[in-house]
Design a protein around this ligand. Sequence first.
Ligand SMILES: Nc1nc2c(c(=O)[nH]1)N[C@H]1C(S)=C(S)[C@@H](COP(=O)(O)O)O[C@H]1N2
Ligand SMILES: [Mo]
Length: 207
Amino acid sequence: MEPGADQLVSRSADGFTVGTPTAVVLDGRDAVLAVAMNGEPLPLTHGFPVRMLVPGLYGYVSATKWLVDLELTSFGDFDPYLDPYWVRRGWARQTPVKTMSRIDTPRLLARRPAGRVAVAGVAWAQHRGIRRVEVRADGGPLAAGAAGRRAQPRHLAPVGLALGGHPGRHTLEVRATDGTGATQPEDRAPPFPDGATGWHSVVVSVT
Ligand SMILES: Nc1nc2c(c(=O)[nH]1)N[C@H]1C(S)=C(S)[C@@H](COP(=O)(O)O)O[C@H]1N2
Ligand SMILES: [Mo]
């Protein structure tokens, strides 16, 4: 890579601008300029006639729709007027998608008899893979839900969790550990400035 060419700036017909790390675009992942989806021309709302798509990065640093221009620049060339749309508004410049896990079943406020409940969902950590997923009930011990390493989103095998014997509301939580061994932090952060953190939880009703 040329020195000073570490940022690929893309511009859109709607005035939107994006800065993407050049090294990420070139690291072998399936970064594309997309002109079609599901065998049909790109729908207008998704960027017709051409858009960028870089797996593993949040959309605001990678997914320019209605693309009109690409330019190699440098992250060092800070310019408050020329900087990418969301970077000018305080969002981070480089944002890999954070490791995520989610409980899909049971649903929020689902009713379950006391005893063991099957918990299932999905976890993902693009290009790092998921090493481990754990769930727990009411702050109790964590139970492993999936093992091994895979780049694709991993569906959690149903985990049998013992729910407290008393009727009422109980909280289920999930967390994932990625292929580098990093576990999702329990601390909640809002999406601004570089992506949300925290463990997904679902409140269920034991009858
Ligand atoms: N031109 C343009 N491209 C854009 C945006 C935009 O506002 N304008 N939003 C970005 C963001 S933040 C996301 S998450 C994705 C959403 O793409 P989708 O509508 O195809 O899901 O588009 C990205 N590309
Ligand atoms: Mo986004």
